[in-house]
Write a protein that binds this ligand. Structure first.
Ligand code: C2E
Ligand code: CA
Ligand code: CA
Ligand code: CA
Length: 277
């Protein structure tokens, strides 16, 4: 035990130093990428579970690091949040999506954009969002905002409710992402002008063999229905998961089973009118 303790110390020591260097490099690279607007956006289809009809797209940011290759947002989003760059990043993603929508003449389905809790903390958030889509001449109805349940922290309940009400009044669609992983109370949820609950992939992953996951998923679906909300499941990889969800009354989904996130140009044949090319 003594021995392994010493090894562990060496391990942490070495990697902590390494991590600082790497994080500094990463930080500089991320600032540079934002300055040069180099971030890219992929799109993942949302579809109906019965007939696999395309009903929406989710915009997911991608970063091709010059040395490290394609970086996971799970890594650089927290970094952007830590560095105070998340609003800039989020606004660049929204701008990119708006530009895409003006080019996809035939795209009538809504595109959703992920919003970090820290963006909501900015009192100018609603104004800036509205400004971006107005400049791009994109109607708010075409944009859905995915807010994680962590956006709904009780300490900011009043400000959040106010912002969401404004966004809703402007015409944005609102969805609660990763639903089931946070602590939002039913009474709080009921007061928010949201359209959709998105069942977190951690529950979907364990369908249909894990009774706990099955019960949670069924409960979320029932709750969404009781509140008059749409419900969508993310992370569907297997036919059995889709089947369970469908039978439980969930009518929309997203996941590798139907499509992973894909680069924008792959949707061009679907959404671009050939009249004015
Ligand atoms: P999320 O919003 O929950 O997005 C779902 C994640 O699951 C995406 O990972 C997606 O590629 C992945 N995924 C989709 N289908 C499947 C599946 O069938 N199985 C599995 N295992 N995974 C699947 P991605 O693109 O790496 O994004 C990770 C997270 O980064 C997102 O989670 C979101 O929280 C954040 N993110 C991505 N883009 C943005 C953005 O523009 N702004 C903000 N604030 N956050 C973003
Ligand atoms: Ca999302
Ligand atoms: Ca999610
Ligand atoms: Ca997630």
């Amino acid at each position: 035990a003594k021995n392994s303790g010493r090894n562990q110390y060496c391990f942490y020591h070495a990697s902590a130093g390494q991590q600082n260097v790497d994080e500094l490099k990463l930080e500089q690279a991320l600032r540079e990428a934002l300055r040069l607007q180099q971030l890219d956006v992929y799109y993942q289809p949302k579809f109906t579970l019965d007939s696999q009809q395309l009903v929406g797209l989710e915009a997911l940011v991608r970063w091709q690091h010059p040395q490290l290759g394609v970086m996971s947002p799970a890594l650089f989003i927290p970094l952007a949040e830590k560095l105070g760059l998340i609003s800039t990043l989020g606004e660049q993603v929204l701008q990119r999506v708006c530009l895409q929508l003006t080019q996809w003449h035939n795209c009538t389905i809504p595109v959703s954009v992920n919003i970090s809790a820290l963006q909501l903390a900015d009192s100018e958030f609603v104004t800036r969002l509205h400004h971006i889509i107005r400049l791009a001449d994109v109607p708010p109805q075409r944009i859905e905002l995915e807010l994680t349940e962590s956006c709904l922290i009780p300490e900011q309940a009043e400000q959040t409710q106010y912002q969401l009400t404004q966004l809703k009044a402007l015409g944005f669609k609102l969805s609660i992402d990763d639903f089931g992983t946070g602590y939002s109370s039913l009474s709080y949820l009921r007061r928010l002008p949201i359209d959709t609950l998105k069942i977190d992939q951690s529950f979907v992953r364990d369908l249909p063999d894990n009774p706990g996951a099955c019960q949670i998923v069924s409960a979320i679906i029932a709750m969404a229905k009781a509140l008059g909300l749409d419900v969508i499941a993310e992370g569907i990889e297997h036919q059995q998961q889709l089947e369970f969800l469908r039978q439980a009354g969930c009518n929309q989904g997203q996941g590798y089973l139907v499509s992973a996130p894909r680069p924008a140009q792959e949707f061009a044949p679907l959404f671009k009118a050939d009249i004015t090319e």
